[in-house]
Ligand binder design. Structure first.
Ligand code: FDA
Length: 320
């Protein structure tokens, strides 16, 4: 985790760029930039269509992975778009019905209604959960910027109380998370533990550091000891090594999860060691923010982006 000051500054700049609506609009409507960047995004995103998302998911299932699939999007501004996003999640759930492996539908609440009205997010999440329950799928709520944490947790608690197959993502970097976690253990849903992708101030969060890794491991331990279903979602090799040495990965309530295109060697090795290994596959035309986050987390991805644009790589799935 040796990240230089320059890389840190670049990461910060990328996270700020990612949140800039004007840049996003510009790229999405640019006939030149959009297709160019999409070539680079394909290292991390299955494609723009549901068909591509499902195809990638099926390839990974064939190789023995569990999968999470997300139709990318956030901060939807109109009711029609919220309904469209919710319907897409339901269509995705229906089309994944025949998969034998554990399937998770992941989503951002602000994609399906939170920005307009938390009650709409509850209603849409309940609808998606109802369909997922028919097939034994899990629904996993993502965590967004800290301004939304409270509302997201409230929506989650309302829905999981009736639908225990709905889980929640928590971010180890937020100062509030240990307290939130103690409360969340009273609810049945699976907890996905991530470090946190958003740029947050020091008042709100711990930056990437040894302290954050210590916090992450303590939170994993709390979940393991509580016997609570947990998805350990990190690509941090040092942390994973410690988690493996602690014997956590073979417990039945534990899965290890990584984003598609990041450290395929590591998730593969966890699968080969007998862990429940899950790959998080995304698709959709709103891939821009997702791409910015993946570069900000690991600035050398900027070089990969450039070379992928000129010389598209072989499918990443070959590495799994
Ligand atoms: P960290 O960022 O410290 O990276 C450790 C090492 O992992 C790096 O040194 C590098 O080797 C490798 N690595 C990490 N990111 C990489 C990348 N992009 N490209 C190449 N190598 C990389 N966040 C959030 O705020 N809300 C959410 O809902 C989710 N959901 C989610 C689901 C799943 C399944 C995962 C795996 C992650 C998320 N995240 C998330 C993202 C998460 O918060 C975090 O930003 C990333 O996982 C990167 O953090 P790491 O834990 O990997 O460690």
């Amino acid at each position: 985790m040796n990240i230089s000051n320059e890389a840190r500054r670049a990461a910060h700049a990328l996270k700020v760029i990612a949140r800039n609506e004007q840049i996003k609009e510009y790229i999405q409507h640019s006939e030149d930039l959009y297709p160019l960047l999409l070539k680079g995004a394909k290292r991390f995103v299955a494609g723009e269509t549901r068909k591509e998302g499902i195809q990638k998911a099926e390839e990974l299932i064939q190789k023995g992975y569990q999968i999470s699939v997300e139709y990318i999007g956030e901060n939807t501004k109109t009711l029609e778009e919220c309904i469209e996003a919710k319907n897409e999640c339901i269509a995705l759930t229906n089309e994944l019905r025949q998969q034998q492996k554990n399937v998770t539908i992941s989503l951002d609440l602000s994609h399906i209604g939170l920005t307009l009205d938390p009650a709409l997010a509850v209603e849409h999440l309940q609808e998606i959960a109802k369909v997922a329950q028919i097939y034994g799928h899990t629904v996993m709520v993502s965590m967004e910027e800290s301004q939304k944490t409270e509302e997201i947790l409230e929506v989650y608690k309302t829905v999981t109380a009736q639908s225990p197959h709905v889980g929640i993502t928590v971010q180890a970097h937020l100062h509030r998370t240990p307290e939130d976690l103690a409360d969340l253990l009273n609810y049945p849903g699976k907890i996905r533990l991530v470090k946190g992708a958003y740029q947050e101030s020091a008042e709100v969060a711990i930056p990437r550091s040894k302290e954050l890794n210590k916090r992450y491991f303590e939170l994993v331990t709390t979940l393991i000891e509580a016997n609570h279903p947990v998805s350990i979602a990190t690509h941090d090799e040092e942390l994973i090594q410690k988690i493996v040495e602690s014997g956590y990965i073979h417990l039945p309530h534990v899965e290890c999860e990584m984003l598609y295109g990041i450290r395929p060697d590591l998730i593969r090795s966890l699968k080969e060691q007998g862990a429940q290994a899950q790959v998080y596959v995304t698709y959709g035309s709103e891939w821009y923010l997702y791409l910015c986050h993946r570069i900000a987390e690991f600035p050398p991805n900027l070089y990969r982006l450039l070379s992928d644009i000129i010389n598209p790589p072989e499918a990443e799935s070959a590495l799994y």
